[in-house]
Ligand binder design. Sequence first.
Ligand code: SF4
Length: 362
Amino acid sequence: MHIYVHIPFCARKCPYCGFYSVEGVSNTSPYLAALRKEIIFSGIVPSASYEGEVSTVYFGGGTPSYADAQGICATLTEILEKFGISDGEFTIEVNPNSFTADKGRMYREAGFNRISIGVQSLHDDVLKTLGRLHSSSEALAAIEAAKEAGFTNISCDLILGVPGETLEGLYEDADKLINAGAKHISMYSLMIEEGTPFEDLYGGKLDQFVDEDLERRMYHGLRDHLDSKGLHPYEISNCAYKGFESRHNIAYWKGREYYAFGAGAHGYLDSVRFMHEENIEKYLLDPIHVEVEETLSERDKVKEKIMLALRTTEGVNKTLTQGFEELIDKNIKAGYLEDTGNGYRLSRKGLDFANLVFMDFI
Ligand code: SF4
């Protein structure tokens, strides 16, 4: 059982962000009440269960910590009761400027046992360039608050390739996060998303502000640096100590089915990809309504499983790639894939050209 819950609120919209969220909403309770209504009345039942797999619930956003904490906790309680889940990995995303130890304690009491903190950088100039509301000291304080509240499974995000960011600065950030107690670090390259203020500012010319070569050195350098500290890279953008890998994301990369609750949330059940419209007003009127994005054929499903598995360091098992030998060979010859014996995975060079490889399986 894997469940995603979307909380589409943020204190202020960051100029680079393409996620669906609305800024400055003062009363988030009606939305959280609609979420609980969706959870109670949704009649969908997953078509498969995966033996031995841990149940996961992930509250993402937006900024879940911006929303009313009581309502968030009541929503998790509703999910656990409705789906009869007693144990699993229950994650909440928080931002340093809207998270406190008190909120953390409420989250822990409700059952959240993993926290993902939107640190992004521990350099104030980089945070300013990103238009974030928090400072580096507030980010470190958020980690302390999470520990104080009883979280031990702590993940932090870092963004690389930001104008003005340095390789040494990134390593420093990583070390500080590890020393502060992060067990998992997600590292994302700054992307210019359509329709964002960053598109006007940097669209098509980010490389004039951040040398492409430096951006790649940051990616590989940070990945290796984290590896050397014991946080092994288990996916393109994710490194963790053993046992602290995100079970929820692993379920995605295995092509598992998952529920999705909330405006703008995307789900996958019974071969169907579905979504809730990115519109809070409409969601409040009819939280159960979903739109079918596509129904996957058996071949589509295999292609997608290959693509998703190739994101992981483990790679894809050869049992799955039968019938796709030509595409695999092409990518091995290009140096993008390597043979692991029982499967294939992205090579070091392939990590830089992952999107080209994935395109072959879309
Ligand atoms: S806080 Fe996160 S979700 Fe909200 S606007 Fe910024 S990057 Fe986007």
